[in-house]
Design a protein around this ligand. Structure first.
Ligand code: 5AD
Ligand code: SF4
Length: 342
């Protein structure tokens, strides 16, 4: 089938074979981005949802090869926020009009069930959707967070190539990660996953498998970020130019999962001027402004150059808002669930 025919098929049926996905990921053709933009518009409208991201602890027990927060990186000054600080940042975000708070951290086990549930319960008074992004936990813990009021959970599969997964995640299990994702779905979370595009050893074929996995899981959210090699990690010398492949994976994901929420990731903005706007015009419908005050945020260096300004989080959100509105899109006023039709 020709490229154009495959695009038409994806736009109308939202189903492609692996070979067809591979072709879309291999060629460079503007038709893909245009089609993803059209599908986004048809299923999600012109609304862009903002999610306020709080990086509440950079302590992590894991040692992922790509990540600046990996436990063996002794150059990071570790911090964790108190409940009061987290609530304070969330409060500012709510005042700035945000309807979702994302609590993100390394795998910091000092935030145990009781502590997390206490924070989640306290956040609920702001009438916001709560998204957790705190890594692998047991079914029982996920259940407790859900009962405390968490609505969504982000856990990227990172890559579905199990051999590559093992190489990049010493001491972790690919099977367990998958199980975590299925547990989250079972518990009724809106479940987000995603990958890093540009990992050394990753192939176009495995990226096609990643997209098929998003569909198999029926992911409610998918975040795709380009690898940005971090100097204090084993992947420091990996190729850097990963924007285009990340964008292609994101656009194909939009074609195959037409109604899900897809963020224009911060990593995209970090390696390409206006990367976030380009992503919003190629299938994305969500932006996650950082609401962590700079003193802490700058220590949360997953990858180098993670964009932040010296502006306060509310100023920062305001600027993002203006940029988005300048492209003719509007900012969501609802919590922005997958099935939300506002
Ligand atoms: N480049 C790009 N993305 C990264 N992440 C971690 N390290 C890097 C890096 N060097 C991503 C992972 C993780 C998310 C929070 O950040 O996909 O799930
Ligand atoms: Fe820890 Fe997440 Fe970084 Fe892995 S990617 S080292 S789990 S913070």
């Amino acid at each position: 089938m020709s490229y154009g025919k495959i695009i038409e098929k994806a736009k109308t049926t939202h189903v492609l074979t692996k070979d067809e996905i591979i072709l879309l990921l291999t060629e460079n053709n503007e038709l893909l981005f245009k089609a993803a933009d059209e599908v986004r518009k048809k299923y999600k409208g012109n609304v862009v949802h903002l999610r306020g991201l709080t990086e509440f602890s950079n302590i992590c027990r894991q040692n992922c090869f790509y990540c600046g927060l990996r436990r063996e990186n002794n150059a990071v000054e570790r911090y964790s926020l108190s409940k009061e600080q987290i609530l304070n940042f969330a409060r500012n975000a709510v005042d700035a009009g945000l309807k979702t708070i994302v609590l993100q951290s390394g795998e910091d086990m000092s935030f145990d069930v009781d502590k997390m549930c206490d924070i989640i319960g306290s956040l609920k008074i702001y009438d916001v959707a709560i998204t957790l992004s705190i890594g692998e936990r047991s079914f029982e813990e996920y259940e407790a967070f859900k009962n405390a009021g968490a609505d969504r959970y982000l856990l990227r599969i990172e890559t579905t190539d199990s051999v590559l997964y093992r190489k990049l995640h010493p001491g972790m299990s690919f099977e367990n990660r998958k199980e975590c994702l299925y547990n989250l779905k079972k518990l009724g979370y809106e479940t987000g996953t995603g990958i890093i595009a540009g990992l050394p050893g990753q192939t176009i074929s495995s990226l096609a498998d990643d997209i098929l996995f998003f569909k198999e899981l029926d992911a409610d959210m998918v975040g795709i970020g380009p690898l940005i090699p971090h100097p204090q990690t084993p992947l420091k010398d990996a190729p850097k130019d990963n924007f285009d492949i990340a964008l292609k994976v994101m656009s194909v994901t939009r074609l195959l999962l037409p109604d899900i929420n897809i963020p224009a990731t911060t990593a995209m903005e970090t390696i390409r001027t206006n990367g976030r706007i380009i992503a919003l015009q190629s299938g994305a419908n969500v932006v996650m402004p950082n609401i962590t005050e700079c003193v802490y945020g700058k220590k949360y260096e997953i990858y180098p150059g993670k964009i932040r300004t010296t502006d306060s989080p509310s100023k920062c959100t305001e600027r993002i808002r203006e940029k988005i509105e300048a492209t003719g899109r509007t900012i969501g006023v609802s919590k922005g669930f997958r099935k939300d039709t506002e």
